[in-house]
Design a protein around this ligand. Structure first.
Ligand code: MSP
Length: 649
């Protein structure tokens, strides 16, 4: 099979940011996934370089539009490899062959009678690069750019979009997957329930010269959307290239909701006028906000991919983006959320499973994958892998990446539990149970092999390491061929492991705080400090066994008083359920009387210590918040009443 996947071509009036990165990561992940299934894939991205916006941006920078677009386009081109994004084609609308094809399409549509000349007065939004209808305005302003559109009256060329309205409605109804998720299909159908106005597709050269000249009237240049959308055809050699039809038949576009109308209405009607079959699918995702706020230059919260990668690593960012956003809905970016995903999902769940399994293989079977014995008795991981494989493929094919990753993480979590329940460290001590040990270790190694295969599209770099550690070449079919090896039991016994570094070393929290501070200096100082502070994280990784040694309990504070000669300490008497005294450094944060009856969390098995002459039998847990150079402690508590002494799971 063949896959042709595209991103929008990005305007070069801004440098690449998280939003552009997300769409392009999605397209890259999908293209890698389709390759795993054996498809021939073409993945295209690029830059949109004509129009008012770009001319204005070049003007501001005092350079010619060409110089300007060359520079910014290059920034996009060089950003993608940093994110391990590998497009097969990077198209620019200033490419000569694109310009020539746009002109020949314009001529063809004009000759057909679908373009006419007329006078028009309309409300033009420079941000959207299009005329807005009265209905679209919110309190007289563009809902996206919050600016009042300019009223412009001029003679222009128009594309008879209305002529194809019914055909488009019929196509959408007959092909339920044409626009997904469904909410966007419904939005488009609702828009199409009103009569469509024809589309103004020219700009007089008196107003704009930075565009493709109309072939039938040199006093006009093409409207930027008419030029830009055609990139999806020119990039695959329309009209003459032999490969064109094969790719066009299966074209899938990925966009965000901001450009739904041009892609779901202008573009299909243009294609129908050209007499071509419609593209196969339009995948529409939501918007990334930052700490619940719109990402924007003026707020100063624009997230740059290069900075993220330096801070967290490419694969953590790719994983975060795909896991955190439910495709179709808006999502909120925060540094804390990245750290949480990295430390919990990647370092703890995946990283630990990998390191524990490979360490046990090295220790118990000399680094060689053993042959399983009596496999039929133990199919727990194999069975789960079977269902995960089905869900994974279904959801990857339908752009529900967060669900694909949830499914994969079920397998990871089950495999971690499998280690605890099967206790390989006990099996190895019992000569009669060595066969069982081999089965357990084989199952774990095979799980790692499948994980390497399934995570390839999302975290390609990590999977190269994972494959290497399992003694497999990065391009081994065992980890790159889902069609033939996407089933249980393909890893050969006898495979020898290789030593690799930890997959996700813990991040340097201090470094992160520093760069967050720099960022926050720019704008909204206080707000940003509050939102982006890194949580305090423990420095060293501890094992689950070590963690289990810490006894956490709920305790009720039944008495509290200041400790003499200390302005930091309070003496707390708690019930946990036995009565005990804990000396806590919370005096500056709580009044003793406020604490009575509070149910707090304590560490119950700490060795007692004497503080200011009082024996403290435990420790109270509190969140430590850094604000404006000061520390604030907030006691951790439970959100519903429970008996004092309850354990903490
Ligand atoms: N040049 C047009 C597209 C022409 S395609 C024939 C354009 N360019 S753009 O630079 O504004 O890119 C818009 C796209 O960038 C969105 O559709 C989306 O893919 C991505 N994003 C930009 N900001 C975004 C967010 N805040 N969140 C998610 N994606 C966003 O429109």
């Amino acid at each position: 099979m063949t896959t042709y996947i595209t991103t929008p071509i990005y305007y070069v009036n801004a440098q690449p940011h998280l939003g552009h990165a997300y769409t392009t990561i999605v397209a890259d992940t999908y293209s890698r996934f389709r390759r795993l299934t054996g498809d021939t894939v073409r993945f295209q991205t690029g830059t949109d370089e004509h129009g008012d916006k770009i001319a204005e941006a070049a003007d501001k920078e005092d350079c010619s539009p060409k110089e300007y677009v060359d520079r910014i386009s290059e920034m996009f081109r060089t950003t993608w490899p940093l994110l391990d994004i590998k497009p097969d084609n990077f198209i620019r609308t200033t490419d000569k062959d694109h310009v020539a094809t746009v002109q020949s399409i314009l001529q063809q549509v004009y000759d057909k009678g679908d373009i006419y000349f007329d006078k028009y007065t309309g409300l033009y939004c420079t941000g959207c690069e299009r005329f807005l209808t009265e209905k679209e305005l919110v309190e007289g302003t563009c809902p996206d750019h919050k600016t009042v559109p300019d009223e412009i009256a001029e003679e222009n060329y128009f594309f008879r979009m209305s002529r194809y309205q019914q055909d488009l409605i019929d196509h959408i109804n007959a092909n339920p997957d044409f626009i997904t998720p469904e909410r966007y299909k419904n939005e488009v159908l609702s828009f199409l329930s009103e009569p469509l106005e024809d589309l103004c597709i020219s700009r007089p050269t008196s107003r704009l010269t930075w565009g493709i000249p109309l072939p039938f009237d040199e006093k006009f240049v093409t409207y930027v959307w008419f030029d830009a959308l055609i990139n999806y055809l020119t990039g695959i050699g329309y009209p003459d290239d032999d490969q064109f039809a094969g790719y066009w038949d299966v074209a899938e576009h990925v966009i965000a909701k901001d450009i739904l109308k041009p892609h779901a209405i202008y573009w299909p009607t243009m294609i129908l006028s050209m007499g071509l079959p419609l593209y196969k699918k339009l995948h529409v995702h939501g918007y990334w906000n930052v700490d619940e706020t719109k990402m924007s230059k003026s707020i100063g919260n624009v997230i740059r991919p290069a900075e993220l990668i330096e801070e967290y690593g490419v694969d953590s960012i790719r994983y975060f983006c795909l896991r955190e956003m439910s495709f179709g809905l808006d999502a909120s970016f925060s540094f804390d959320a990245v750290v949480a995903r990295k430390n919990s999902d990647l370092a703890n769940d995946l990283g630990n499973l990998y390191s524990r399994t490979t360490a046990m293989l090295v220790k118990y079977t000399d680094g060689v994958v053993p042959a399983p014995v009596r496999v039929d008795d133990d199919t727990v991981l194999a069975d789960l892998a079977g269902t995960v494989l089905v869900t994974y493929q279904e959801t990857m094919n339908t752009f529900q990446f967060h669900r694909s990753l949830q499914a994969v993480w079920e397998l990871i979590s089950q495999a971690n539990k499998y280690i605890v329940t099967n206790e390989p460290w006990a099996l190895v001590k019992d000569t009669e149970r060595i066969g069982r040990l081999h089965t357990v270790l084989y199952n774990l190694a095979e799980t790692l092999r499948l994980l390497t295969l399934l995570l390839q599209p999302v975290m390609p770099g990590t999977c190269v390491k994972m494959a290497k550690g399992l003694g497999l070449a990065a391009n081994s079919p065992l980890v790159t061929d889902l069609a033939n090896n996407g089933c249980w039991g393909m890893l050969a016994a006898g495979t020898g492991l290789q030593k690799i570094d930890a997959l996700f070393p813990r991040m340097d929290t201090k470094k992160k705080q520093q760069s967050v501070k720099q960022e926050s200096k720019k704008k909204n100082k206080e707000k940003k400090n509050r939102n982006k502070q890194a949580p305090e994280t423990i420095e060293g990784v501890i094992s689950f066994d070590q963690f289990q040694k810490v006894q956490l309990r709920v305790a009720e504070i039944i008495a509290a008083e200041p400790v003499k000669k200390s302005d930091r300490l309070l003496k707390l008497t708690v019930k946990a359920p036995e009565e005990r005294v804990i000396v806590a450094g919370i005096a500056g944060h709580y009044q003793p009387e406020d604490l009575l009856g509070m149910l707090v969390l304590i560490v119950a098995n700490l060795k007692p210590v004497k503080l200011m002459g009082i024996e403290s039998q435990g420790m109270v847990l509190a969140a430590k918040v850094e604000e404006n150079g000061k520390t604030r402690l907030v006691l951790s508590t439970v959100c519903a009443p429970v008996p004092p002494g309850s354990g903490v799971a």
